[in-house]
Ligand binder design. Sequence first.
Ligand code: SAM
Length: 305
Amino acid sequence: SAQKLVGDQLPRYVRVNTLKTTAEDAVDYLKRDGFCYLGQAGRLEDLSLKRKDFVRDMLVPELLVFPPKTEFHEHFLYKAGHVILQDKASCLPAYLLNPPPGSHVIDACAAPGNKTSHLAALMENRGKLFAFDLDAKRLATMSTLLLRAGVTCQQLAHQDFLKVDPDGPQFKDVEYILLDPSCSGSGMVCLRDDASSADQEKVQARLASLASFQLLCLNHGLKFSRLKRLVYSTCSIHSQENEEVVAACLQQNPDFRLVPLLAQWPERGLEPLTQCLRASTTKTRTHGFFVALLERHTGAGSKRP
Ligand code: SAM
């Protein structure tokens, strides 16, 4: 189908796992392996690559970009956990949350753990990374991924995030939360499938139910008392799961506001939530995606009458 074709034409994004190596060493290894390094990309067009060419991304410092469909699953760097195969848009949440080494962090809906491993890399494996997921099978996959990636600061739990006690003593120093809840997946180019109009009612009901789950998760995350910042992301293109969820949450949590994200990013959240980011095949050469960063107000201004 046309959508599949678009998906096959997305660049292959490869995130270097800085727990195991450096971007420089990975680049050197790949050059010796027959790839041709063109330096750091300067603009979107530089991400359209051919043959054995590759570049470093202009935004995410540890991200390498290859031509569409470049095969890495059998590559040494992948098997040894030196690189993670992860779409550029899906690198944004951890990159933007940017928890410092030593901090306490929650990954609320974590499996299969690509973003968890990214968080651990940013934390340099120091501090605490609590990761929850409801799905035992996906958690098992996640354990394998984290082991291969050399992640050691995590505490995995097979648990419903909505039932995690925000006042639990083990969470008292949690300042950062990454929330990437289940969504329709409508941004995943390979999954995109135009439902016939007869199915529209079902589609709308599913979106409404996902959105209410997403809002519950968001509100729950904001209950952790020391929380500074929460990043919310979906791989959905539907405003019901994105801007509408965030707007409802902000209305219910006046102590939090949106952080304006990356002025240079070409695709914004829908009005009026332009502080948020969207991503798409045409504007950002990625899957469809949405990211919002919420932060607690500090100082006297935070108390409302
Ligand atoms: N962040 C992951 C990554 O980057 O690899 C992908 C997460 S996926 C979009 C959403 C996950 O949420 C699924 O693995 C699903 O099992 C999990 N989930 C759904 N409901 C949950 C709940 N109530 N508590 C915790 N996890 C939940």
